[in-house]
Design a protein around this ligand. Sequence first.
Ligand SMILES: [Zn+2]
Length: 471
Amino acid sequence: MVSEQEPHGPPPERPDLLVTGGDVVTMNARREILAGGAVAVAGERVLAVGATSALRERWPGTPELSADGCVVTPGLVNAHQHHTGDPLARARIPDDLPPGASVGSWAIPLHRAHTAADDGLSALLTCVENLRNGVTTVVEAGTVAHPHRVADALRTAGIRGTVGTWGWDVPGAPFAAPAPRVLDRLRALVETYPAGGRVEGWVTLVGHGLASDELLAGAADLARATGAPMTMHMSPSAADPAHYLELTGRRPVLHLADLGVLGPHLLLAHAVWLDDAEVDALLTSSTAVAYCPWAYLRLGQGVTRAGRHAELFERGGRLALGTDAQNAGDSSDILKAAALAAGLAKDMRADPTRFGAAEALELATIRGAEAIGMADRIGSLEPGKYADLVVHTTAGPEWTPRGDIAHQLVWSADGRSVRDVLVGGRVVVRDHRCVTVDETELRADAARAAADLLHRSGVPVRSRWPVIAAH
Ligand SMILES: [Zn+2]
């Protein structure tokens, strides 16, 4: 028997909602699963987790969301997601381009042609997709021109998330500016969206080889001074190590270490191509990593040859999963990313005994929350934390018959089982539909805006196979 847990601090009078009858995967320190359990939600927070009968008896007459026969998990964490540029050009950048070719012919023209309205619309689309896959917290990847539009979209959809803005000082590139101006822009953003809110401003740089030492060090100082975390891209392929070795004589992570950029404030996206000293530098500095395995496979970046993410995880490193962009990984489905992370960990080391579904589910929830610095608020279903939770239906054949819950969530199921989603106690997905947004209208708006954007940007639109008008 699992006893009902009391919340920390003075509890509110009573819950507004009981999510009842599901198998509650708490992801608490003991990783307890409450068979036929319930979650009591009061305002934005979890008030109690316990047996359904006990919570009903304690608070009779409380409205209920029935999760009978379902699996209830904490909301999932997506630690690297582009909100603009790619969403309206989804599945348009070919998957057979040579390395880097998509930037000049696709990414730059698309971002240059993106309007403020496009930013808002593509962010809304991205939020809806994430919510419908059970993602309740999303970290923006640092490629946004109109951050307030993106913040508005996050609020409209009702997702928890971070927002950044373009940060690079390579002369001549779109949205580039001298380091002091980029830092002013980022400072204004993190002041507008302070840490702890539903939408948080983060210090975001594009990273790779697109920032001067002044900008890199200044951004880390800004993060330390404001308490806003920092994120940037590094070493998804062998190109960044080659660039930094030529420019500085050091590998990129060691260069960042020398500049004082590494630390618990930093979430490095990718970090696929690392040598032993770089792995040690990430571990000793408590730098976190956002791991987006589908993107590396889709782009052929060599994760099966070079990736050290399972090792980072097993040595106590801070690691989260991400889904990158709609033309790099493509699907915002963290459960699919979790399955791939576990499969790669086993296959790359030809060792099936380590890193399975349980570890992958930790990455998608509590360990992911820890990596993005939010484990005190999200990542598990425990009294006092935000009521960010997912009800997974088990009506489908992938759940039949029922087996080990972590196995089935990671290896058998995916985002298609996500039936209901709460963020901060608010129901944002019900019966597989996002209820905060008119999805029909959103689809129509996106189709129109995508056609306009593709036309304005002049990117080549092609189909590998002939498409014939047959109506
Ligand atoms: Zn990215």
